[in-house]
Every structure is written in structure tokens, then in C-alpha cells.
Design a protein around this ligand. Sequence first.
Ligand SMILES: *Cc1c(COP(=O)(O)O)cnc(C)c1O
Length: 497
Amino acid sequence: MKYVSTRGGCAPVSSAEAIKLGLAGDGGLFVPDELPELSEELLKELCGVTYYKRVAKVLHMFLCDSYSYEELEECSRVAYTEVKFPGGAAPVAKLNDRLYVLELWHGPTAAFKDMALQIMPRLLSLALQKTGESLKALILAATSGDTGKAALEGYKDVPGTKIMVFYPAGGVSSMQMLQMATQEGENVFVQAVKGNFDDTQAGVKRIFSSEKIKSDLAGRGYMITSANSINWGRLAPQIAYYISAYCDLVATGDVKLGEEIYVTVPTGNFGNILAAYIAKRMGLPIRRLICASNSNRVLADFFESGVYDKNREFFLTISPSMDILVSSNLERLLWFVTGPEDTAGYMKSLAETGKYQITPELHYELCRDFIGLWCPEDETRAEIKSVWERYRYLCDTHTAVGLYCAENYLEGDGRGASGRKMLAVSTASAYKFASDVYFALTGVTAEGAEAIEKLSEYTKTPVPAPLCGLEQRKIRFDPQAAIEADGMDGAVLAFAV
Ligand SMILES: *Cc1c(COP(=O)(O)O)cnc(C)c1O
């Protein structure tokens, strides 16, 4: 298996090179040129092993050109320990006979990005060795909140690396900001940027495509690479937890091996749901993927109409990690269903006009696998309260967007005799968005540490360890010192010393 660019403008590379480079030279994203097959036999075998071995086996299917199985198993073993993921790495909770929740927030930062970012630095370290790289890796990330913290935790004090994270000032929750501002580690830097997430992400993309900055950095001993979900090393580990969840449902007898299920994913940059799509293409029995958006419903409109149009009002919502108008990984989906020429054309149109329209045939094809739904702000709050009242299940704002869409979909589907089960993905701990969750439950406002405490009292549920005592930690990176987006290049050069 080789890795090719979604825009077809580069020679194929190995998996280690794809992980090292992050983004292809023509501005496209790396994709595997074929998909491994998940036979029923293999699925059965995976049902019988622990999480870290499931991850190792799935990763090996995608990375075996460069990595040995033993290397991947070792990376995975140290990434998903009981210490780092106290509740288990990816447990499945049952709400009712048809609705299940895949909890991806038991890691060090209490959000699903940990699932990939605890293992990716290890894959990158090995990639540098395997490709004979003499430069050190400077990881650059744009974050709408959760990626940044998870990347900082994953890379802090990893030898041979430095990491710099940019976030939109005012575009992340106070808890997310505090988590990043207090980040420890000698090789880290956190920078607020004026503007929204798309401005920040565009700034990082600009740096990646500037030969001038790259050669300046090389002169200083650094090569830049990405921790965003545009890096294949982020995506590959995410495929594993869908397969793992299915195995768990089989193990408990809730699903028969081979039985098709639905999967709902609260979506922003389209990375998480793309991993589910790849699992489906490999052979995991998924009938349909429900792509759940908040009021920034550009994806829901896309799946409805076949037109992607980012020229629209941008909303700051209570699910900020999904406040995105340009979902980068959608480019990979387009490649899987069309190929490099059409994908390059759509991306050119997106860059020039902010929109593109897919053909009716392609739209029809996508609608067989996907449906895009969205959840307004008031309904998000109502869902948090209703899920708590009906099931005594506490969920965060992003998960609530997903559960609302999942329940609506099941309702529409219910009269059909399918009886198919739904796996809804939970992407963050409720405590990460304690203020909004507490307000949704009680109508009472509380901020920061007080909100966490009150939420725990009210629901009699424990606060995840990574979110305890944050306000006592030392601020290392001043959130007030925001820079303009066009000053991001200078900030990177200043850090690369
Ligand atoms: C990143 C994130 C999302 C969106 O995931 P994508 O892979 O970008 O679609 C949803 N919820 C939370 C809590 C996140 O951190």
C-alpha cells in the first residue's frame, strides 16, 4: 500500500513519509491507494483481544509497508494504558435497546482527540527514524479547542520535537483556554490568534504551503509537520475504535456478528466520521453514517443539496469544537468517491469562490452512506436535560448534538421494521463544558471551577482527574496576548530556535 495525494499532484509515498509530512506537496491530503479488507474472520479475532491489540492490528493493516507489527503493538500498549485511560480507552454505554454511546473521552484531556494524539507522536518519532530525517520536527496545530490541548499532552517533552498550538481568541471555552494556558513541558508554545477557527486554520495552512518559511526553518534545523486531523497518523488510530466498539457490542450480545448498525458522529473537521466511513468501506457492518452538525450546518446542507458553500454567517455555539465552516477531511471523502481530478477541481473552486457543487450522480451515491442532520442551540440544551432525565446519563454539548440527531433519525426509522441499533459517538466529557451543561440542566449560570463543582454535586458524578484543580495551576501562556493571523509566520520563526 502506498499513500497518494487527494489532488493527484505528487508521487506516491510510504506510510512513514505520509505521517512525517502531514500534508502532500500539492496541498492535498494523503490517502491510502487501496483499503484493507476487514473479513468476518478477522473481526471475530479482534473481538477476542484487548483494546490496544485491536488498535495495533488495525494500524498494521494501513502502515505495514513501514512499521512492523511489534512496533505498532508497543506504541499502542504505552499509549492506551490504564493510567492514561482510567475508564478504559473506548467503552460503550447502553442507553436503551437501540441506542448506545461510544465514550471517547477517558484520556488525559477528557476529549476524543486523545484517542489519536496519545499514539501519533510515537508513530511520528518512528517515522523520522525510518525516513532517515536529520531535522527535528516542529509540530504546528490550529485548534478550535480540543485538538490543541490533546496534541500538547501527546507531544510534551517528546525528544526531537517542538510543538506550537494556535487557537482563536474567544473561540474556545474558558476551560479549554485554561487547559492550554497552563500547559506544561519544555518544548511547547501556545498562541492566541485574533479571528475565528477558520482564520487560524488558514494561517497554519499558509505556513505549510510557504516554501520561504520552510527553508528558513530548515536552516534552523526544523521541519514542520501537522498534528491536525489532516495528518494520516491522526486518522488511522481513529478507525480502530469503531471496529472495537462493534466488537464490544458483539461481545455483550447486543449485536450479532454481521448485523448492520447506524453510527452518529458529532462533526467538525470531518476527521472522526471519515474514520467511521473508512471502517465501513473496509467491511465493518455499518448501514449508514449520521453526520451531526450544530448551527454551523454547512455539512448538513451539503449532504442535503450537494452544494458545499462556506459563504455564510459563522456562529459561536456551545459546541465550539464543531464551529467550523471548512471541514478539511471532506476532501478525503471526495477522493474516495471520485478520484484526484474531480477532487482537485472541487478544492480549486472552494479556494476561489468558497463553494462547489458535486454532480447529481455523486450526490446520490453519498446519500446512500451518509445523512447530514443538525441541532440548534436550544435543542442542544434540551437534549442534555432530557438525556439526563430519561437515562441518568450525563453528556457534553457536542455529544448532545449527536444524540439529538441520532434520536431523530431513529424516530424516523422506527416505523420501518429495521430495528437497527445506533452507536452515537461521545466526543468529550461533560465536565469539559461544565458551565453550559450545568446551565442546560438547571437554568443556573456558573463559570470555571465553580461550574465543575456544582455539576458534580448536582449529578453525583465524579470529575475526571485531568480537570481537577486547573485554576490553581500556573498560567504559562497569556490568553490576552492574541496576535493577528498574518503574524503567525513570525511567531513560528521566533519559536524555532
Ligand atoms: C474535534 C471535536 C469534534 C469534531 O471532530 P472532527 O473530527 O473534527 O469532525 C467534536 N467534538 C469534540 C468534543 C471535539 O473535540
